[in-house]
Design a protein around this ligand. Structure first.
Ligand code: SF4
Ligand code: SF4
Length: 470
């Protein structure tokens, strides 16, 4: 088995640019019947080749697109049900030694950099907890001096330690720069959920152009981060592409190759895929980018990802509008951020309206508004964090997802966390409507033993117990 340790990471050759190029050329012109037959094949869920995926990406005929969306919705429903997991980002440091062309935090942008002190972290966490959040994604720029691994580990300790009257952060995912096995071991020991790292673009020439003269500019080191993370004991890893930097068809195929590489070398692929689209940020203009994707293409990408990797969660951030987010929930998205601030100390400063952001956001609704919107659309907003607390991570999680057994915990936990949220953070409107909604969802639970556990859990929550999960 190849080792992707710190010394030999140059072995990374699993994003086969030549092969992707050949597939894209071969599928440049496809017939309607080719597309229809791949969609038919996808319905049987026996796996798709890279070429199949490339063919599906060429679909433009409204009938074919409808079939793709319907299949994605069917797959999503059968694996995840109608729950939607909510989280919020927490930006703790905007020090960054990199100069990513597209990012507001790049080192060429001159502004007063800072990282949160312990009292500031506690204050941000308290604000997040007062919004009802239980799951966060910790975000920091790369700066080995000003924001080293010990600062991150200490921040995690503070986050888990800061318990408010009605709430606490139960799962902290971490999105920090590619690092060493030893540092990943420290993250593991600190009790993180998923380690998230966006490749930004898998297309090496574009990657090098977008990350000039910087630590992050080492394509191979960045690409092999998940190998080191897994060697360091982190078995839930979350990938992402910044759509808009390079040809989206290349990116989707490369994502699949990366996932296949992890599966064959470590026994488990991506836990999640994030699908950010390039947005305006300080020091960059969108018109300088040739590969921006429109809403229809974006929807198609999300639906095809859902079909291609059914057991991988798909995450959408507040970069997208409320309308797009609502639509994509039907096509495959399973996690949403809500009430996000994308600046360091942003939750506190939002109250003072003087934030410096990494990028602009489009959905500015509060978590309560997002939750009400989800319920209106028939989705169950979920603050569930149970899997990693129950040891359901890595291949153990995947085997439950693949047999469909994960639904037996996802839906109950979604309902119980919704009830907890309504009791502690709901307004009169939510409190008045939530019980009827929960009852209608309990009806759909097929196993009687699970139904009883949920009913008992709901009653315990009403009696004052908290943090009940399966
Ligand atoms: Fe720094 Fe990350 Fe922004 Fe690049 S994308 S400049 S690494 S914060
Ligand atoms: Fe996620 Fe596991 Fe909770 Fe389902 S049960 S929502 S997979 S943490």
């Amino acid at each position: 088995m190849p080792k992707y340790g710190d010394q030999n990471y140059k072995q990374a050759d699993f994003i086969n640019h030549e092969l992707i190029g050949e597939i894209l050329t071969k599928t440049e012109v496809v017939t309607e019947s080719q597309i229809a037959s791949v969609i038919e094949k996808a319905k049987h869920r026996n796996g798709l080749s890279y070429e199949d995926i490339a063919i599906m990406l060429q679909a433009t005929n409204p009938n074919h697109l409808k079939m793709i969306y319907n299949l994605a919705a069917e797959i999503k429903q059968s694996i995840y049900g109608n729950r939607v997991v909510l989280f919020a980002p927490l930006y703790v440091s905007n020090y960054c030694v990199n100069n990513c062309v597209y990012c507001g935090y790049k080192r060429d942008n001159k502004f007063a950099r800072r990282k949160l002190t312990e009292p500031e972290i506690r204050e941000e966490v308290r604000i997040l907890e007062s919004m009802g959040h239980k799951r966060i994604a910790l975000e920091a720029g790369e700066d080995p001096v000003n924001c080293d691994i010990d600062y991150i580990v200490d921040t995690l300790r503070i986050i888990y330690d800061e318990v408010s009257e009605n709430s606490n952060i139960r799962r902290a995912n971490v999105n920090i720069a590619s690092t060493t096995i030893e540092n990943y071991e420290k993250l593991k020991a600190a009790g993180i959920g998923t380690y998230i790292l966006f490749q930004e673009t898998y297309h090496k020439p574009t990657y090098e152009k977008m990350h000039p003269k910087s630590l992050k500019g080492d394509y191979e080191y960045h690409l092999t981060a998940f190998d080191r993370a897994m060697q360091g004991g982190l078995d839930d890893v979350g990938a992402g592409v910044l759509f808009g930097l390079s040809d989206y068809r290349f990116e989707v195929l490369a994502l699949m190759m990366h996932n296949a590489h992890l599966e064959s070398n470590h026994g488990v692929g991506f836990h999640t895929i994030s699908v950010p689209r390039l947005k305006k940020a300080e020091g960059m203009e969108l018109k300088e980018y040739d590969h921006l994707i429109d809403d229809d293409t974006f929807k198609k990408i999300v639906a095809i990802l859902r079909i291609a990797v059914p057991f991988t969660g798909i995450i959408l951030s507040t970069r997208e509008t409320k309308e797009i987010r609502n639509e994509l929930l039907h096509h495959g998205v399973s996690q949403l951020s809500a009430g996000s601030c994308t600046g360091v100390g942003g939750y506190k400063e939002n109250e003072m309206e003087e934030e410096i952001k990494q990028f602009t956001i489009s959905d500015e609704r509060s978590p309560l508004e997002v939750i009400k919107g989800l319920i209106n659309d028939g989705f169950i907003p979920s603050h569930c964090t149970s899997c990693y607390r129950m040891g359901r991570t890595g291949d153990r999680f995947m085997s439950l997802a693949k047999t469909g057994a994960i639904q037996h915990v996802c839906q109950p936990n979604a309902l119980m966390t919704l009830k907890e949220y309504a009791l502690d953070f709901g307004d009169e409107e939510l409190k008045a409507s939530v019980d009827g909604f929960i009852e209608s969802q309990i009806e759909k639970i097929q196993r009687d033993d699970i139904k009883s556990k949920v009913i008992q859990g709901l009653s315990d929550l009403t009696d004052g117990k908290r943090d009940i999960y399966l």
